[in-house]
Write a protein that binds this ligand. Structure first.
Ligand code: 4AD
Ligand code: MG
Length: 462
């Protein structure tokens, strides 16, 4: 058996009649008089292959084992289908069953199981229509991201997952240790981290940004694309404890150029998916989010709005909406505010820049007013924030000051400060949350349904 495979996607494109073998998992089975209809999928495309088995082709005993979830190879002739619903079907002459799926135990029997139920069966949900479409799109999206940067000469860098500095300065990090929790070594009343694996406290990274910045000051334009981790206790449909982030960083680039790249990238990715994932998108459009295709077409063709944080606050104050969280200059925007701005007020993606420095991380470039920083958030309808980024503080004295103001330990950022001391350059970058993007392009409502095996507070199954 070879990995090279004629996928069902290819079989469906073959001109009948043709002898074929189709491998896959049974999705449905319907019996009528003297004839059995079996839909199989191998995950290669949205459409299933219909296999038609006439009585007598295989022993009754074998036929019994062809149930939902079973894995098999069907051999036979591809013929034009006389019935509506598919153009070709496989008239079976034989079968090889690889794995049975006892119908009295296989949990994926129900036609329309709830997403909650499917989350508890994340190892099987991929065999159904919705999650087949989700993960084919996730694959295409990831590939499109690399293609986008490759075409623009960005260097792809693998930043570490274990780190000793807190990039966002929010303290929401998972510790990484080999110390015995039941028997911690102590020193001066605290934990003696010198005895730990790295000789000091270490964490899972919340962002690859600081590492990408170092590379950018050697390779000009770079990006990293990997898993990031946040120990924030947010039980919402848009937060994960482990998620994937795409982080480009550009030297000799200011906030203007940063906004341009973000807008160009989102449009490129949307255009790519509209072209490459037609069938899957049609499914989302019909069953998950009406008009998702129309919205994406519209976004790919229109200009994003660009406003300052101050303008955003004014728009929110004038809105006449009653928000749960108060709106005033200095307050961070909540999802309800973000969604109002992008869905109701501007009705398209919006980039908000120039945020109060108190609510943004230490690395953002301080504006001349000394009150705001050159941060940028990109908000899109249905999701709210999809990108966060900034122009970076490239001036050594200002950065040192900001680290102090943010109560961070200068020692932990020595190498980062060095980058400003020797050959500093204006530079900018941002982070796009892969799963937020997935929610946006599929219309899926819960972020747990666009990542293979989700991790959230209280849950790390599979
Ligand atoms: O705005 P954030 O925190 O920015 C950074 O991490 C920067 N270091 C990025 C950079 O400038 N290189 O996060 C960036 C994006 C958010 O806009 C959101 O899309 C996503 O990451 N994100 C999350 N996605 C899922 N679950 C969470 N808990 C997320 N937190 C952030
Ligand atoms: Mg953010």
């Amino acid at each position: 058996m070879d990995y090279r495979r004629t996928y069902i996607r290819d079989i469906l494109q073959t001109t009948p009649p043709a002898e074929v073998s189709a491998y896959g998992w049974v999705k449905t089975r319907r019996d009528s008089k003297g004839i059995h209809f079996v839909q199989i999928s191998d995950g290669s495309c949205f459409t299933d292959l219909q296999v038609v088995i006439e009585d007598g082709v295989m022993p009754e005993e074998t036929l019994k084992k062809i149930t939902i979830g079973a894995c098999a190879r069907f051999d036979g002739t591809l013929v034009e289908s006389p019935a509506a619903g598919q153009s070709v079907e496989l008239k079976a002459s034989g079968v090889q069953i690889y794995g049975e799926a006892d119908p009295s135990e296989y949990p994926m029997q129900k036609k329309r199981a709830s997403f909650e139920f499917l989350r508890e069966h994340a190892h099987f949900r991929t065999r159904g229509n919705t999650f087949g479409a989700v993960f084919r799109m996730r694959d295409k999206l990831s590939w499109a991201i690399h293609k986008f940067f490759e075409e623009r000469n960005f260097l792809y860098v693998h930043t570490p997952i274990i780190t000793t500095s807190d990039c966002e300065g929010a303290g929401e990090m998972f510790g990484v240790t080999t110390l015995d929790m039941q028997n911690l070594p102590t020193q001066n009343g605290g934990v003696d981290y010198e005895k730990d694996f790295f000789g000091k406290p270490a964490f899972l990274t919340v962002s690859g940004q600081l590492g990408v910045e170092a590379f950018t000051l050697a390779f000009t334009n770079c990006y990293t694309f990997g898993p990031t981790f946040r120990a924030e206790n947010s039980n919402t449909p848009r937060h994960l404890a482990e998620f994937w982030m795409i982080e480009p960083e550009m030297a000799f680039c200011d906030i203007e150029g940063n906004m341009n790249l973000a807008e160009e990238m989102l449009k490129y990715l949307i255009r790519f998916l509209l072209d490459e994932c037609e069938d899957d998108l049609r499914f989302f459009n019909k069953w998950i989010e009406p008009a998702v295709i129309e919205t994406l077409e519209h976004v790919a063709a229109s200009e994003f709005a660009r406003i300052s944080y101050g303008e955003a606050i004014e728009l929110l104050k004038k809105s006449g909406e009653s928000f749960e969280f108060p709106v005033y200059w200095g307050a961070d925007l909540q999802t309800e505010h973000e969604r109002f701005l992008t869905e109701k007020e501007l009705k398209k993606p919006v980039i908000i820049i120039d945020w109060p420095k108190e609510i943004k991380p230490f690395y953002m470039r301080v504006n001349d007013d000394d009150k705001t920083v050159r941060g940028m958030d990109v908000l899109v309808p249905r999701i709210g924030e999809i990108i966060g980024g900034s122009q970076r503080e490239e001036r050594l004295n200002v950065l040192t000051q900001r680290i102090k103001e943010c109560d961070l330990d200068e020692k932990d950022y020595r190498w980062y400060l060095d980058l400003r001391k020797f050959g500093s350059a204006p530079h900018s970058g941002f982070g796009l949350g892969l799963e937020r993007m997935m929610m946006y392009v599929t219309g899926m409502k819960n972020i747990r349904d666009v990542i293979p095996f989700y991790r959230v507070p209280g849950s790390a199954e599979f």
